[in-house]
Design a protein around this ligand. Structure first.
Ligand SMILES: *Cc1c(COP(=O)(O)O)cnc(C)c1O
Length: 420
């Protein structure tokens, strides 16, 4: 459920016509709904109300400070994957006691910063990293709480680029080597083993892979207990899918119903790291049609947003629904078109071979489900300033990131003296 809909022929975000936002901040721009964000957070958090748990929003999906503040105010923690994300989390006011740190390549500086901030725990991805964390913890005089990220070798049945829990993946520690690594970790002086973590992929549309993965992890927790290693936190990762097109992903409650029988009796605190399911359908990308172009074999609608603004179609062949902001325009005869941006790459498209009601130059379109992995993947390719982000709350429009200027594009660049 989200708060983007037609009213009297116009597309709205909450109480605000999208056309008004376009007029005030220009296009392209990202628009997020505050009501949708909090609704999604509570749907997820509430589904697990019967089990002690911490929801740690996976901020790589959307790391705008205002979005993080919304999450923190609702009681969310965050899952971070870099020192930059730690910086953002602290700046947004997320309590360190609800921050977990994942990623295969944390460097010593990032580890030290996280220890100094006293985050809840590191999700550790290799035996080399366990030793590195121990060394850094010793040098800053702290004990690091860790969970080992287990690779349960389960097929999440999603896009290969976002599958993370199969044998060939760079993520996690193989389940059959886990005991050995746990023993090693437990023997180190500056490590406190507190958890087990598994995250098998993103945009999962079935609960079965979650269940299969958890069964393996719960088996491991029993084995560890028998060896005197007591686990307090079970981190189930993120990965719940959303509807982009026709998908019917399980609801958070379905996930909770499926896994609660496996985990509830263990007396552990669950940690979960949803990203996409919280923000994906809470955001849209608003773009304007610039030109229509009839090609030899195809017709194109050229719009002012491009792959540098929303990379998912180019990167994963991802589908995003595209709606006219003026509802009437949606009733025109349909044509098969590619919706493409101004970037000088044939891979620059927002939609391919899409049957769409005829669009006219100057008209606005909403690219749906763009709140997750949208702005965060934006770049300045082709020297295009990054676009603004807007948070709508009720009748109010809040710019939460300004459009970049041309001066921003060259910030930090220097022409050395010998060229002057
Ligand atoms: C990306 C990621 C998530 C979030 O995935 P979603 O599909 O957006 O829910 C959670 N945990 C880890 C470790 C991740 O890398």
């Amino acid at each position: 459920m989200h708060n983007f809909e037609y009213r009297q022929g116009e597309f709205y975000c909450e109480q605000v016509p999208v056309s008004r936002i376009a007029k005030e901040v220009g296009t392209p721009c990202y628009v997020y709904s505050h009501a949708t964000l909090i609704r999604h957070f509570h749907a997820y958090d509430g589904a697990f109300k019967n089990i002690p748990h911490i929801v740690a929003f996976a901020m790589k999906a959307n790391s705008n400070l205002a979005v993080l503040r919304v999450m923190a105010k609702e009681g969310s923690g965050v899952d971070i994957v870099s020192g930059g994300e730690l910086f953002r989390a602290l700046k947004a006011g997320v309590p360190p006691s609800k921050i977990v740190f994942a990623g295969v390549g944390k460097d010593a500086g990032e580890i030290a910063d996280a220890l100094k901030a006293d985050i809840l725990m590191f999700n550790v991805e290799s035996s080399a990293e366990i030793r590195a964390i121990n060394d850094v913890a010793a040098s800053v005089g702290k004990k690091a709480r860790i969970a080992l990220r287990i690779n349960p070798d389960v097929d999440p049945k999603t896009h290969p680029y976002i599958s993370t829990g199969m044998k060939k993946s760079k993520f996690g520690i193989a389940a059959d080597r886990a005991l050995e690594e746990y023993k090693m970790a437990a023997s180190l002086s500056h490590i406190e083993v507190v958890g087990v973590h598994a995250h098998i992929g993103s945009q999962l549309t079935e609960v079965t892979p979650f269940v299969d993965s958890l069964k393996k992890v719960v088996g491991l927790i029993g084995t560890l207990k028998a060896q005197g290693i007591n686990i307090q936190y079970l981190n189930i990762g993120g990965g719940l899918g959303i509807t982009y097109s026709e998908e019917k992903p399980p609801l958070p409650q379905d996930l909770s119903d499926a896994i609660s029988p496996i985990v509830a009796h263990l007396g552990l605190t669950l940690v979960m790291e949803p990203g996409r399911v919280i923000v994906g359908n809470a955001g849209i990308l608003v773009t304007k049609a610039l030109y229509l172009k009839e090609g030899e074999a195809k017709n194109f609608v050229i719009v002012d947003a491009a792959m540098n603004d929303l990379l998912r179609p180019s990167l994963y062949g991802a589908y995003h629904e595209i709606k006219p902001v003026n509802e009437e325009a949606g009733h025109r005869a349909k044509q098969q078109v590619d919706i493409v941006g101004p970037v000088c790459e044939s891979g620059d498209f927002l939609a391919k071979d899409r049957l769409l009601a005829a669009v006219k130059p100057g008209e606005l379109m909403a690219v749906m489900s763009a709140g997750a992995y949208g702005f965060v993947m934006a770049s300045n390719y082709n020297s295009r300033p990054r676009i603004p982000e807007v948070l709508v709350q009720g009748e109010d429009i809040h710019v939460i990131r300004e459009r970049e200027t041309y001066e921003d594009l060259v910030k930090g660049e220097m022409i050395p003296a010998f060229l002057k």
